[in-house]
Design a protein around this ligand. Structure first.
Ligand code: NAD
Length: 250
């Protein structure tokens, strides 16, 4: 078991990549705090973990709220005593608009949920990790944090910011045994891409735009997250791991 006796927080754990990662963490021995705004999905993730004999709880958390993230960390420590792994994964897309047409409200919302959330997660979890003698933080960026795409300016900016913030935190907290890495998934089969799937003209192109010629599954991303969370990645920090079927090189 690669996370035996570890305590992990997974944000965006109610669906998609977060749910699969929470399940995999639990299978590898971690106790998991599932955090999300979607309570129905979150309780289902917890049910699935318990069904397999694992330990987990759901806590409703808006990752863009300082108060919520502070409570998430405090609840996790109350329940499980420590925090060893933080997967900052919750995120949203944006309306397909040019940068000029994007409303200021939507710009702020996307940046708050995708980027400020990572700052908040680290702000409250790092002091607990220091007490535990170290930890592993994994932040979800995107292939679209490494290259721009039309009509996605706040998403691109937020995910690019996640990569640099990851490097910054790796430099700041390495001396405490805390590793900080990012993942950059390509097109993965979750509900965040429902809008793309519905586009009959573009979807056949988007869904094959990588070296493997297919979209990825959330389990394939979870495998990479588990690796970064575990001691197998003990000399890896500040890195961004592409999980994109070769999408960046395409
Ligand atoms: N699926 C892809 O193609 C893809 C590609 C690259 C990066 N990503 C990133 O992966 C992460 C997970 O997305 P996914 O693909 O599993 O999609 P998803 O929509 O299945 O999961 C996203 C989760 O985030 C939660 N969430 C949204 N706003 C929140 C908030 N304010 N507070 C707490 N939770 C919130 C949602 O309820 C949902 O459970 C996101 O950061 C996304 O940007 C996804």
């Amino acid at each position: 078991m690669r996370l035996k006796d570890k305590v992990a927080i997974v944000t965006g754990g109610s669906n998609g990549i977060g749910r699969e990662s929470a399940l995999l963490f639990a299978r590898e021995g971690a106790k998991v705090a599932v955090a999300d705004i979607d309570a129905i999905g979150g309780e289902e993730t917890v049910r699935l973990i318990k069904e397999e004999g694992g330990e987990a709880f759901f806590t409703r958390t808006d990752v863009s709220s300082s108060e919520d993230v502070k409570n998430l960390v405090a609840d996790t420590v109350d329940r499980f005593g420590h925090i060893h792994v933080l997967f900052n994964n919750a995120g949203i897309g944006n309306s397909p608009l040019t940068s000029v047409d994007m409303s200021e409200e939507e710009w702020d919302r996307v940046i708050d949920i995708n980027l400020k959330s990572v700052f908040l997660g680290m702000k409250y979890a790092v002091p607990e990790m220091k007490k535990s003698g170290g930890g592993s933080i994994i932040n979800t960026s995107s292939l679209l944090g490494l290259k721009g795409q039309k009509y996605l300016s706040p998403y691109n900016a937020s995910k690019g910011g996640v990569i640099i913030l990851t490097q910054n935190a790796a430099l700041e907290y390495g001396k405490y045994g805390i590793r900080v890495n990012a993942i950059a998934p390509g097109v993965i089969d979750t509900k965040i891409i429902d809008g793309w799937k519905a586009d009959e003209r573009k979807w056949p192109i988007i869904s094959r735009a990588n070296a493997l010629g297919r979209i990825g599954q959330p389990q394939e991303v979870a495998n990479a997250v588990l690796f970064l969370a575990s001691d197998e990645a003990s000399f890896i920090t500040g890195s961004t791991l592409s999980v994109d079927g070769g999408g960046l090189t395409f």
